[in-house]
Ligand binder design. Structure first.
Ligand code: 13P
Length: 235
């Protein structure tokens, strides 16, 4: 199982360091072998040691250059960061990233051998149109993405479930993940209002290989309990 935390624009450099220290302590103490990833804001990136894979929430598809406000490969290399989140719905819908730009980032960081968590997910009006519309929408978010890349992890995050406390039913999550499994052999995470009280049942579903957690990951106690849930699912 993979348990991943996306801090988004939350936490500071200081709080992130304290969080990771505590998380590492608990992981070491428990001896659990789950894959844990944390995506802090870019100002909190550093050379962290331990089991947790610390990644960037975003970066530009360039080594360096004149891209004001962006970070590139040089800035990630400085801290040995080789994991990145690409295609998150907030970048697609709030920040207006196009599929073309997203695919460019994917190709660039794939070429660099990065672990890539690639996000897809539909808005509510698409889901309401039915299954064909939903699958077509997700397919369009996979255009230009090499699904055979061995360091790819897919995160399915319905836009309407993110930060809302709403989730698809367990049956719907399982159906969707099973449909994705037919196209994608890489790990499939579910994201969108994963909380301490639903993480275990979601991770227990067929073809769910882990979770990507936003708001509920900000509390290290809650996040660690989801790692424990992942361990239960594996054993
Ligand atoms: P929430 O867990 O806050 O709904 O966010 C999910 C998410 O977008 C993770 O990337």
């Amino acid at each position: 199982m993979i348990v991943a935390a996306n801090f988004k624009t939350n936490m500071t450099r200081k709080r992130t360091a304290a969080y990771l220290k505590e998380l590492e302590r608990r992981l070491a103490e428990s001896g659990m072998e789950q894959q844990v990833m944390v995506f802090p804001p870019s100002t909190a990136l550093d050379s962290f040691e331990g089991k947790v894979l610390v990644g960037a929430q975003n970066a530009y598809a360039a080594q360096n250059g004149a891209f004001t406000g962006e970070i590139g490969l040089d800035q990630l290399d400085e801290f040995g960061i080789d994991t990145i989140l690409i295609g998150h719905s907030e970048r697609r819908h709030v920040l207006g990233e196009s599929q073309e730009e997203i695919a460019k980032k994917y190709a660039f960081y794939k070429e660099q051998g990065f672990n890539i968590v690639y996000c897809i997910g539909e808005p509510l009006e698409i889901r309401e149109e039915g299954n064909d519309a939903l699958m077509d929408y997700l397919d369009a978010q996979l255009v230009g993405i090499d699904l055979s890349y061995e360091k790819l992890v897919i995160a399915y995050e319905p836009v309407w479930a993110i930060g809302t406390g709403l989730t698809p039913s367990n049956v719907d999550i399982e159906l969707l993940h099973t449909a994705l499994r037919h196209k994608i052999e890489r790990p499939l995470l579910y994201g969108g209002s994963v909380k301490v009280n639903n993480a275990l049942e979601i991770m227990a579903l067929a073809n769910v290989d882990g979770v990507l957690v936003g708001g509920a990951s900000l509390d290290v106690n809650g996040f660690f309990s989801m790692v424990e849930d992942a361990q239960k699912c594996d054993s």
